[in-house]
Design a protein around this ligand. Sequence first.
Ligand code: ATR
Length: 280
Amino acid sequence: MAARAAILTVDSNTRLYGVIGDPVSHSLSPVMHNAAFRQSGYNGVYVAFHVTDLPGAVAGIRILNIRGCSVTIPHKVAIMDLLDHVDSMARQIGAVNTIVNEDGRLSGFNSDSPGAMAALLEKTPVARRRVAVIGAGGAARALAHGVVTHGGRLTIVNRSEDKGCQLATELESDFCPLADFSGGGFDILINTTSVGMTPKTDQMPVSHACLRPAMTVMDIVYNPLETRLIRAARDAGCTVVDGVAMFVHQGAIQFERWTGKKAPVQLMKKMILDALRQKQ
Ligand code: ATR
């Protein structure tokens, strides 16, 4: 008990971390990272910062020596110009979701892409598999980049043709309009759109007919815990990867960058599941 109490003490050596976003009060990151810090005996605290003035926030990170931040909507792109360094993967994706402060030098990384791949690779290999990524926004960019990096044969499937074609061309992959998508020949299907998210939980981005038993179906939406797409895919006999798996893995990658310690992934997952169940 004494050791646990010591770990929970906030003192003058406590390192501060946080998430910057707008809105941010719904964020599950504080609950996940604080539990991970405690479990690992790391003297850190993680809080949520509601940020509308991004340059001001970055100045604050430097001046107050905040050791690291998660970056969420709508700041993932604009933050890139305010940092001292952006790693090559984040530059290619075009978004930063992780800041590391090393002696005043702020570096930007993207843990969404490797986090999503870690979640997917738990269930299926990606190399040489035919992968349909639905959507062409910021989340699609991170996922699609990960698929290509792991040797998957990528097709971007999107409602609007111009945006979808642009991303497909950039990644030297195929494009299929969402209206024409049948699912035929695909091994993996990944939803990166917000379709199915609370409150519109009765929606799914593709029809039931697109789902085949041999497919792995991943949804990045984690609210509700089981989206209509995940339920339909499970019913169709597909292997499923839910949004919580990706969220936890991207957080675990952040934790390891900040602390140099191995992330307690199972605990982080439990904290997120408990928090989501309480909300439902
Ligand atoms: P994010 O950066 O979070 O990925 P975004 O940039 O707004 O969000 O991208 C959302 C993606 O989801 C887009 O590709 C969008 O399709 P369009 O390019 O046609 O706008 C897709 N999307 C959003 N709502 C959708 C819906 N109801 N049906 C199909 N696609 C949808």
